[in-house]
Each structure stands twice: as structure tokens, then as C-alpha cells.
Design a protein around this ligand. Structure first.
Ligand SMILES: Nc1nc2c(ncn2[C@@H]2O[C@H](COP(=O)(O)OP(=O)(O)OP(=O)(O)O)[C@@H](O)[C@H]2O)c(=O)[nH]1
Ligand SMILES: [Mg+2]
Length: 498
């Protein structure tokens, strides 16, 4: 199997001694609410998560946009964006893919190097010559990989979601599901209808009508984009408002691409209005979404900078581990979009080569780090929590959610099973709202009040926000806790039958 490249627009940092100073990236101007001086340096880097039903043409669209090759309708363009050979064989995306497209001063797309050159060279060329770039996060359409798609949407902090719908396929259950998740996570979305070259006119019309109806149902007004539309205004309005731009394209003929590319160029970063992001002058907070072990380098973590600035040789805290502790680590080298840099700041996705620092003599191993951990500044005084409460809404549950119910919590980069330890109602059914106290089953996590969360178990789905965290509660070891829970359950059943 081919080795997977670190993503997040990053690459494996080379050993420190080989590092060179990275070229400076230009900063565009655009209005925002925070002080410009402390905003992230490359506010011109937009992240777009690509979602939609299986076979709707997501990977193909990413391939056509970023590699400037036309598709043949038979899987040609997607070959350039797959991570693994098995994805090439089956044509199905099963992992998260990252690709970038760049624009120059004149708003023209920077021609990528030949599609067959390494991703490394392609990204370096685009970042060096572009004024602005859009990073696409290609996600999976198949239900089997829904957890990966949810992770991409919630943990990789996209500015926007691009929902891809096949004109000939209509709006599927999975498309609606992805749309619902974007809404739940407050990720504004636009729609791209693909395959207009093969969809019969009546089928295409039907797809558009169904889509408009669904969007109206979620209080969004569909804007079917026409050549005369003001795309600058559209991109700005859609960032905060209730419109949903809808593009119609063909990956084979490239019909509709000029309009879509212009729109992508005008997209604005949302970090200034996303409450999760802080400024470069705040203490460092970096969420880990992937871990690599690189020969000659050691452990490399990929993730997103929520706040602060990180430089080479800086000492920060890594955690929480399985008992909720944080350990000092030193940043050995930094990569940003496959370029070696000496600093990254709030809003950027980056890769750090790290190792333990100070009294901890052991060597940091990949197994010591997991997705959901953070690298933070000591001044934050980070704490891990086993228990938190959340205001929730149940999107679907076959019967009732009660105490002891267990589900997988997706919250940013955190993914862990938790149990309902208390509720403000006896039970919750589909459509109900309530307050639930959740307890993680395996380890404490680093959580923020206000973070959006989704919980899932089979077909059950609910969404909510972290309302408060309880640092006082310390969970018993999982085995003991399960035993206790089981006893409590048995007792309740005994009482019921008595
Ligand atoms: N004719 C035509 N075929 C297209 C178009 N877009 C995509 N295709 C074809 O549709 C098929 C599916 O495309 P993919 O890009 O793999 O779809 P996907 O949404 O990424 O699928 P998953 O990753 O499995 O969720 C491929 O054979 C593409 O060649 C289009 O605009 N026109
Ligand atoms: Mg795909």
C-alpha cells in the first residue's frame, strides 16, 4: 500500500537541520470583525469540504478543478486525487483527500504542474505563485464511511461545504444527511450539480426542483447561478446569510466551470466570525487531526491552529493523555502546505514534528498521540474532562433516549463513545430538545463550551452544543464503570418488575 501523505495542506517536516526559510505568502485584504493586525497571516486560504452522495462526482470535480484536466465520464479525473491504490481500484473514496487550487493577482487560476508530478512539487509551486488558494477536503459519499465524513466536517474546520449532487441521480438520503450535518455544525454550504452532460432535461429539472424544495425546508433560498449574477456579492452574502448558491456543471465538458471558479475566488475566510478561532496574539491552541511517524524525523502531528502563533523550538503542552495529563513537547519543525516555515498562526492548518521536552526522558511515540489531543500553551492551564452537559436535539431515534444510553460523540476532532449520565427529562424522542449530561467511556477529553457536537449510534442521530464541562468528576476505570452501570440497570429493571 502506498504511504499516505500528511494532509492539511502540509507535508512531513524534514529534519530540523535540513530546513530552509520558507517564502513569505501574500496577505489579501478583506473586511473582518477582528483586528487585522492579529489575524492569521494567510487569510487568503479558504477551506472547502466536498460532500454529497456516493458517485455524485465529488472527487472528479476536485480533480478537474485542481489539476485542470477534463474528466472522461469514466473515472479519469478522480485518479489524481485518491490517497490509496484501493480507492483507485474501486473508484470509491474511503479516506480524506486534500487538494489545492491557486489564483494569481489577476484572478486567473495558477496552472498546476502536470498532474503526474508529485503532490509535493504541485503544492509548493501553487503556494509560491498564488495570491489566494482554496483547499478542498474531499470526503466520502458512501454511508459506510459516514464517520470519516463527519470527522472531516467537524474536525478539519472547513470554512464552507460544497454539496455535490448528480443531475441524473437526484437528491439522495445521504445528500440530505450531509446537508443536515453541515447545518448542525454551522458550516455554510453551496451546491454543485454535476453530470449535466448526461442528465436528460426532465430529470435535471426534477433534481433542481427537489433541491430547491429541500433548501426552502431548511430556510435557505436557492440561488440558481447565472452568468449575469454578481458573484462577489453572492460569496459575501452566502458567508453569513440564508442564500444557497447552486451551480450546474459538467466535469466532462467543463460547462459551468468559469462561474464556479469565479465564485471560489471570491469566497472569504470565516475565521473572523467563527467563535472557535481566536487571534494570533492569543495563547496557542492546536487541534490534532492526524498523526504520522516519519523515518528520521519522528512523530509528526497534523491539525488546525485555533489560536496563537507557533515557532520552531517553542515548548508547548501535548495532551490530554488517557489519564487527562498534559506533557511538555518541543516543536522541532513546522510545515504549512508542504512548505517549511518558521511560524504558523491562528487559522492555519499545519504539521509539527514534535518530541518530549524537559524531565520526560522517554521518546515520544506515535502511540502516545491520538486524534482529539491538543498542543497548547501552558498559560491556558489546560484541563481534560470526563463529563459535560449539552443542549441537544434528537434528529432521529427509533424509540427513546434514556439514562445509560450510549452513542459516539463527534465534537471537533474528538470522537469517543459517551454514556448519558443524567437528563432533564425522563426520555427524549425524535424531534425533542433537552439537556443531557454525557460521560466519556474511555478517557477524558479537552473540550470547549460552545463547541458543536453530533452524537450517533446506528441510525440514531442527535446534535447539540457543549453547555458546560465538569472537571470535578473523575471516571472510574472503564471496566469498573461498566459493571456499576450494569448493576444500576439491573436494579432499575428489578424495581420495575416488582
Ligand atoms: N458524464 C459525466 N460523468 C461524471 C461527471 N462527474 C463525475 N462523473 C463520473 O461519475 C463517476 C463517479 O465520480 P466520483 O468522482 O468518483 O464520485 P464521488 O462522489 O467522489 O464518489 P464517492 O467518493 O464514492 O463518494 C466517475 O465515473 C466519473 O467519471 C460529469 O460531470 N459528467
Ligand atoms: Mg470520491
Amino acid at each position: 500500500m502506498e504511504a499516505k501523505q500528511p494532509h492539511n495542506g502540509t507535508a512531513v517536516p524534514v529534519p530540523v537541520e535540513e530546513e530552509k526559510k520558507a517564502p513569505k505568502l501574500s496577505v489579501p485584504s478583506h473586511e473582518c470583525e477582528k483586528d487585522k493586525a492579529v489575524l492569521r497571516k494567510d487569510d487568503n486560504d479558504i477551506r472547502v469540504a466536498v460532500i454529497g452522495n456516493v458517485d455524485s462526482g465529488k472527487s472528479t470535480l476536485v480533480g478537474v478543478l485542481t489539476k485542470c484536466v477534463k474528466d472522461d465520464g469514466n473515472g479519469l479525473a478522480r485518479q489524481y486525487v485518491f490517497n490509496y491504490p484501493h480507492e483507485k481500484d474501486t473508484g470509491r473514496t474511503s479516506s480524506i483527500g486534500h487538494e489545492i487550487m491557486g489564483f494569481d493577482q489577476e484572478m486567473k487560476q495558477v496552472a498546476p504542474l502536470r498532474a503526474k508530478t508529485s503532490k509535493y512539487e504541485q503544492w509548493q509551486q501553487i503556494t509560491k505563485t498564488s495570491k489566494k488558494y482554496v483547499t478542498f477536503i474531499d470526503l466520502c459519499g458512501h454511508e459506510k464511511y459516514l464517520k470519516t465524513t463527519v470527522f472531516g466536517l467537524s474536525g478539519l474546520m472547513p470554512d464552507y461545504a460544497m454539496i455535490v449532487v448528480g443531475a441524473n441521480m437526484g437528491v439522495s438520503k445521504m445528500t440530505k444527511e450531509h446537508l443536515g450535518i453541515s447545518l448542525a455544525l454551522d458550516v455554510p454550504f453551496f451546491v454543485v450539480i454535476t453530470k449535466i452532460d448526461i442528465a436528460p432535461a426532465d430529470v435535471r429539472k426534477n433534481t433542481v426542483q427537489t433541491l430547491c424544495k429541500i433548501l426552502t425546508g431548511v430556510k435557505k433560498s436557492a440561488e440558481l447561478i447565472k452568468p449575469e449574477d454578481d458573484l462577489v456579492k453572492c460569496a459575501a452574502l452566502f458567508k453569513v446569510g440564508s442564500i444557497c448558491p447552486v451551480f450546474s456543471i459538467s466535469n466532462v465538458t467543463e460547462e459551468g466551470f468559469p462561474l464556479l471558479k469565479t465564485f471560489l475566488y471570491h469566497l472569504q475566510s470565516r475565521i473572523s466570525i467563527n467563535p472557535l478561532f481566536k487571534t494570533a496574539s492569543d495563547p496557542v491552541e492546536f487541534l490534532i487531526d492526524e498523526i504520522f511517524n516519519v523515518t528520521g524525523v519522528g512523530v509528526v502531528v497534523a491539525g488546525t491552529m485555533l489560536g496563537g502563533e507557533v515557532s520552531q523550538n517553542q515548548v508547548l503542552l501535548l495532551g490530554p493523555d488517557d489519564v487527562g495529563e498534559f506533557a511538555p513537547v518541543v516543536i522541532r519543525s513546522i510545515h504549512f502546505k508542504r512548505n517549511i516555515v518558521d511560524k504558523v498562526s491562528a487559522g492555519q492548518a499545519a504539521c509539527f514534528a514534535i518530541r518530549y521536552h524537559g524531565s520526560k526522558k522517554e521518546q515520544l511515540k506515535k502511540s502516545n498521540v491520538r486524534k482529539g489531543m491538543v498542543v497548547v500553551d501552558k498559560s491556558i492551564g489546560p484541563k481534560a474532562t470526563w463529563e459535560f452537559s449539552s443542549e441537544v436535539m434528537i434528529l432521529h431515534h427509533a424509540t427513546m433516549i434514556q439514562e445509560h444510553y450510549q452513542a459516539v460523540i463527534h465534537c471537533g476532532v474528538i470522537r469517543q463513545t459517551a454514556e448519558v449520565s443524567a437528563m432533564n427529562k425522563d426520555y427524549l424522542k425524535t424531534g425533542d430538545k433537552g439537556t443531557i449530561k454525557f460521560r466519556f467511556l474511555y478517557r477524558p477529553e479537552y473540550l470547549h463550551v460552545g463547541m458543536a457536537l453530533l452524537f450517533m449510534e446506528g441510525r440514531t442521530k442527535g446534535l447539540g452544543r457543549v453547555a458546560s464541562v465538569n472537571y470535578e468528576y473523575k471516571r472510574l476505570k472503564p471496566g469498573v464503570a461498566r459493571e456499576k452501570g450494569q448493576k444500576k440497570k439491573e436494579e432499575a429493571e428489578r424495581k420495575k418488575s416488582a
